[in-house]
Ligand binder design. Structure first.
Ligand code: UD1
Length: 416
C-alpha cells in the first residue's frame, strides 16, 4: 500500500488542467449498457473508480478500450446481468448498473453495497423507484434481484433528493413504456450531463437541471460520443489549497458549477478571477473564518466539506461547518486534529477554531474526500506529513501528486 509524503508550507504557483468528473463519468459508463453499440466518452479521468467500473462492465460482457482518457464501450456484447459483491463493495457507484440492466434485459442482480466509512448509505430510494416502474425486487444472499418484463412509466417522488437514485431511475425510465415523472430529482451537474447524454442517445427527457424530470420512454437508444464535464470537486479542492498557499490557475474547469464555493472562498479573503473556463485563486492575507452548510446543488457540496474544515483550520477565528447530507461524514476530523487542528464536534456540526500553525504528523485517510482534506492540511502544515491508505485518494483524484508538484508542492509517494 502506498503512502503520500508531503513537506508543507511551499508556495503554490502556476496552472494545472482539471480532470473530467468522477461522479459524471461513472453513470455515463453505466448508461453505455443501455445501447446496442459503441459509446465513446472523452476526457475520462484515469482513476481507481473508473477502472473498477471498467472491470464491472467487462464482467457484464461489454468490450472496452481505454486509452488517452478516451473510453470506448461496446454494449452490444453485454450478456450477463450480475454485479458481484467484490466490486460493488469497493465502489458504491457500481449500483448504477442496476437501472440500465433492468431496462434493457428485464432483469438485474446487483450486490447490495453495504455501508461505508461514514455510516450507512441506503439504496431504498432506488429500490422504491424501480418498484414504482413495475419491477419486482427481492433480496437474496446479499444481492438485489430485480425483474420486469417491461418497465412502465410512473410518478416517482423522492423524499430526499438523491444523486444516485435519480440517475438510476432515469436510466431505467428511458426504455420504459410511457411517461415517468421524477419529482424532487437531483439537479447536480453530473445528473444534468447524464440526462443530456441520454438525450443524445435518443431518450426524451425534459426538465434538465430542474427538480422535476419528465421522461418519455423510447424503444431503443443509439450510440453517442461525449466529453465528460470538468470535476468540480477536484477544482474546489485545489481552489482551497491555492487560497491558503499562493496563486494558482485551474484550467479547463466549469466556474458555473462552483458558484457558492467561489463565493465562500472570496469571503475567506482570497481573490478569485474567472476567465472563461479558467479560475485563478490568490491567497491574500490571513484566512478569515467562514461558515458553511452543505446542501444539494447549487448548495455547498458535501464532497468539499472535509477540505473546507482543513482550510478553516488556519483561519483567524472560529467557523461552523454543518453537513446536512451525511451526518456522520467526519472521519477526517480526528486525523486533522493529529496535525494540530482544533475542532469540536457536535452531532453533524464541526466547530473549527483556527490555529496559528499546523504541524506534520502521520495520518490515515478513510475515504476519498477525507484524504483530500488531509493532503490540503499537509500542504499547509509545517514539516512532514505521511498520509497512509492513499488508495482512497486514487479513487477520486487523478495524479494528485503530479499536479501539486507541478504547482510547487513537495509531495511524493512511497510504498508502505
Ligand atoms: C453521490 C456522489 C457522492 C456525494 C453524494 C451527495 C457519486 C458517485 N457519488 O452519492 O460523491 O457525496 O452524491 O452529493 O455521484 N439516501 C437514502 N436512500 C437512498 C439514497 C440516498 O436515504 O436510496 C440518502 C443518503 O444517505 C444521503 C442522501 O440521500 O443522506 C443523498 O445521497 P445521494 O445523493 O444518493 O448520494 P450518492 O448518489 O450515493
Amino acid at each position: 500500500m502506498d503512502k503520500l509524503i508531503i513537506k508543507g508550507q511551499n508556495i503554490l504557483e502556476g496552472s494545472v488542467t482539471m480532470s473530467g468528473a468522477k461522479n459524471a463519468v461513472l453513470p455515463l459508463m453505466a448508461a453505455a449498457l443501455l445501447v446496442d453499440g459503441k459509446t465513446i466518452i472523452h476526457r475520462v479521468p484515469d482513476l481507481r473508480d473508473t477502472r473498477t467500473m471498467v472491470r464491472l462492465l467487462e464482467i457484464l460482457g461489454a468490450k472496452i478500450k481505454f486509452k488517452n482518457h478516451t473510453l470506448e464501450i461496446d454494449g452490444s456484447t453485454v450478456n450477463r446481468i450480475e454485479a458481484p459483491y467484490e466490486l460493488v463493495k469497493t465502489m458504491r457507484a457500481s449500483f448504477y448498473v442496476l437501472g440500465p440492466l433492468l431496462a434493457r434485459f428485464g432483469q438485474a442482480r446487483v450486490s447490495l453495497p453495504g455501508g461505508c466509512a461514514w455510516g450507512p448509505r441506503p439504496v431504498d430510494f432506488h429500490l422504491r423507484g424501480f418498484k414504482l416502474l413495475g419491477a419486482v425486487i427481492e433480496l437474496t444472499d446479499g444481492y438485489i434481484q430485480a425483474s420486469a418484463k417491461k418497465l412502465i412509466g410512473n410518478k416517482v417522488h423522492f423524499e430526499v433528493s438523491s444523486v444516485g437514485a435519480t440517475g438510476n431511475i432515469v436510466m431505467a425510465a428511458v426504455l420504459a413504456e410511457g411517461v415517468t415523472i421524477i419529482q424532487n430529482a437531483a439537479r447536480e451537474p453530473e445528473i444534468v450531463q447524464l440526462c443530456e447524454v441520454l438525450n443524445l442517445m435518443g431518450s426524451k427527457i425534459t426538465g434538465l437541471g430542474s427538480n422535476t424530470l419528465r421522461i418519455e420512454g423510447v424503444n431503443e437508444l443509439v450510440p453517442a460520443e461525449v466529453e465528460v464535464i470538468p470535476d468540480r470537486i477536484e477544482t474546489g479542492t485545489f481552489l482551497m489549497a491555492g487560497a491558503a498557499l499562493g496563486k494558482i490557475t485551474l484550467k479547463n474547469t466549469e466556474p458555473e458549477h462552483l458558484g457558492i464555493v467561489l463565493e465562500k472562498i472570496e469571503l475567506s479573503g482570497a481573490s478569485i478571477q474567472i476567465s472563461g473556463k479558467n479560475i485563478t485563486v490568490e491567497h491574500e492575507g490571513p484566512i478569515k473564518p467562514v461558515n458553511i452548510t452543505t446542501d444539494v446543488f447549487p448548495g455547498f457540496p458535501t464532497d468539499l466539506q472535509a477540505q473546507w474544515i482543513a482550510f478553516m483550520a488556519l483561519a483567524s477565528g472560529s467557523s461552523i461547518i454543518k453537513d446536512t447530507i451525511y451526518h456522520d461524514r467526519f472521519a477526517h476530523v480526528s486525523e486533522l486534529v493529529r496535525l494540530g487542528a482544533k475542532i469540536q464536534m457536535e452531532n453533524n456540526v464541526a466547530i473549527v477554531h483556527g490555529v496559528e500553525q499546523l504541524k506534520g504528523a502521520q495520518v490515515m485517510s478513510t475515504d476519498i474526500r477525507a484524504s483530500a482534506s488531509l493532503v490540503n492540511a499537509a500542504l499547509m502544515a509545517q514539516g512532514k506529513t505521511e498520509i497512509s491508505r492513499i488508495y482512497h485518494v486514487d479513487r477520486g483524484y487523478e495524479k494528485i501528486e503530479e499536479k501539486l508538484k507541478f504547482l510547487g508542492a513537495e509531495i511524493w509517494r512511497e510504498s508502505e
